[in-house]
Each structure stands twice: as C-alpha cells, then as structure tokens.
Design a protein around this ligand. Structure first.
Ligand code: ZN
Length: 323
C-alpha cells in the first residue's frame, strides 16, 4: 500500500516524516533475557498479552532545501525498509543532504552502507566524537566477551563507508545541565549540548548527550516553536512495554545500564517539568511503536510513565506533492 510505514508531522518550520524500518510485536518469552533489573515474573506481569514491541524507526527532517535523515535503520540486506520508505516519501538516496546519527548500533547505522559503499552518496554524517571514539577503541572491544564484539566491526564498516564525509562534534558540558530548546526550564536535567548550527549544520539543531545506551548516544532537539519542541532520542526507551512502567529496567544492549536508566529517568521527568511551563516536548524514538512520535506522562502510581502517540500526525502526501 503506498504510504504505508510513512507518517508526517509538522514541527515549526520542520516537516518531519517517520519511516518504518521494521515493525511488529514479537513474543515476549524470547526477550525476557534482554532486560537488566527485573525478574522474569515481574516482566511477564508487565506483558499480559505475551508480546513486546520490537519496532525500528528512522526519521526524516525536511526544511528549506535540506533533506536530513535521523538514523538509517538496519539496511536493506538485513530486511530494512528505510530506503523504500524514503522512496514512498519522494526522496531518492542521492537527495539526502545530512544524516544525524544517534549512535552506531547496527539497527541505526547498518543502513548507511552496502557492499562497502555509502547508500547516501551526497550526505554528510553527523556524529558525537565520543561515539566514534568508543567504536574505534580496541581496548573497549577486547574488554567484552567475544560474543558481544560484533558491533565494533559493524560500526567501523559504517564509519569507513562515510570516511571523508563525517563531521564529529563534542558536547559543551557533557555532565552539566544545559538546554536543547530555548524556553525550557533552566533546571531541566539535560546533560550537555552542542549547537550544530554553529558547527556548520544547515539549521538550528541541538545535539544532547544521552550517554548510557552507548558512550556517545545522542539526541537531536528541534528548538521549541509554537510551544512545542521535538527531541529525536534514539534508544532512551528501548522496549516501551517494560521501560515506560519501569524506567529503572535497562537492556543488555546498554553499554552502561545504570547510566542508561539515569538518562531515561531524567528525560522522562523533563517531559513533565516542561509541561508545567507550557512547553510540550514530543519525542521521536527509534523503537517506539510506529509512528514512533509521542509523549510520556507520569503514571498514577507516581513511579512509572504512560506512553501515548502524538496525535498531530497525518498520512504522507504522495511523492511529487511538494518537498
Ligand atoms: Zn537501537
């Protein structure tokens, strides 16, 4: 069906398109070993229908003449659909001007390259220096059990395909509070930021350190306009069925599970704190159920959160109708 797996949003001057790379719930039983910090019986109680969300999403931002991809999915050879979704949205691979990477796991960076070649031949890759450093670090790789080192080869292959067209950035104060969107409360627990516009990115995007899932895990914030900001937050919530009610539960994919949980707590709380000053922070998540764009509110138990898809989406216009 044309337009399937493609959903559009408007945030201020940005036309944002969610692209479904892979969708679907999977049986929970095979996933219970993925979680860190909860007993199997606690997990089963959180998953009454026996399934868990396992989606992969990428996102497109169009503004002026820029065509910006946020993450690239698993890649077509691994069954990923980002390129097909881009085509459905009217975008050819050579039209992508920039790719903002949240991190270099294979379900985000795999779609950057095929047979050693860049899939988006004209795009600049934007990436936190801390993320590139981690995946290039032989000592970090060798410290892991052998079965968990494969990600390093994948990350390096993606970086090699984008060599010469990669721009890395450092966070200003990686451990200090900062703001990704003007108007957010000063005490918002946002750690570190880098204003990419000042570093040559074509419009104002603030990179935010979301370290934990990986050492350079990065969110990208579109500044608040009309009282609403959008934060592309990668894998802050990896399995929403479990981590919304239990933000303290991490996953084995987290390089630092404790730090990942702290980051998750901070950014869930941020959404509540900003609502009190009439700013809505909408998040776009790589593993939230497609459409992937929504918001979290505090649950009645005062500990967990409830996720709801943001209602402002619309089905994508057919290719050719505007850009
Ligand atoms: Zn991921």
């Amino acid at each position: 069906m044309p337009g399937e797996g493609v959903r559009e949003f408007t945030f201020g001057r940005h036309r944002v398109t969610a692209l479904s790379d892979r969708r679907g719930r999977v049986p929970a039983d095979g996933q219970l070993g993925l979680f860190v910090g909860a007993l199997p019986e606690e997990l089963r109680a959180l998953l009454p229908d026996g399934g868990v969300e396992n989606a992969v999403n990428a996102f497109l931002i169009r503004r002026d003449d820029r065509v910006v991809l946020v993450d690239a999915g698993v890649g077509a050879p691994a069954g990923g659909n980002v390129r097909a979704r881009l085509a459905a949205a009217g975008v050819a691979p050579d039209q992508v001007t920039d790719v903002l990477m949240t991190h270099l796991h294979g379900d985000h960076a795999g779609g950057l390259h095929e047979d050693g070649r860049a899939v988006f031949p004209n795009a600049t890759l934007w990436l936190a220096q801390a993320e590139a450093d981690y995946w290039n670090d032989d000592a970090a790789r060798d410290a892991l059990p052998e079965g968990r080192r494969g990600g390093f080869a994948g990350a390096r292959a993606a970086l090699a395909a984008m060599a010469g067209r990669t721009r890395t950035f450092a966070f200003v104060h990686p451990e200090n509070p900062g703001n990704f969107a003007p108007g957010l409360p000063e005490d918002a627990a946002v750690r570190g930021n880098a204003e990419l516009g000042a570093q040559g990115f074509p419009f104002s995007v603030v990179a935010v350190s979301l370290a934990g899932h990986t050492p350079g895990h990065t969110g990208y914030g579109l500044p608040a306009e009309d009282g609403r900001a959008l934060l592309f937050w990668g894998d802050v919530v990896h399995r929403v069925d479990v981590q919304a009610p239990r933000p303290d539960v991490s996953v084995t994919y987290d390089v630092d599970p404790d730090k990942a949980a702290k980051t998750r707590r901070e950014f869930l709380e941020l959404q509540d704190a900003t609502r009190e000053v009439n700013i809505e922070v909408v998040v776009a998540g790589a593993h939230l159920p497609f459409q992937g764009v929504g918001a979290f509110t505090k649950a009645r138990d005062g500990k967990g959160y409830v996720y709801a898809p943001w209602p402002g989406g619309r089905d994508a216009a057919p290719p050719g109708e505007g850009r």
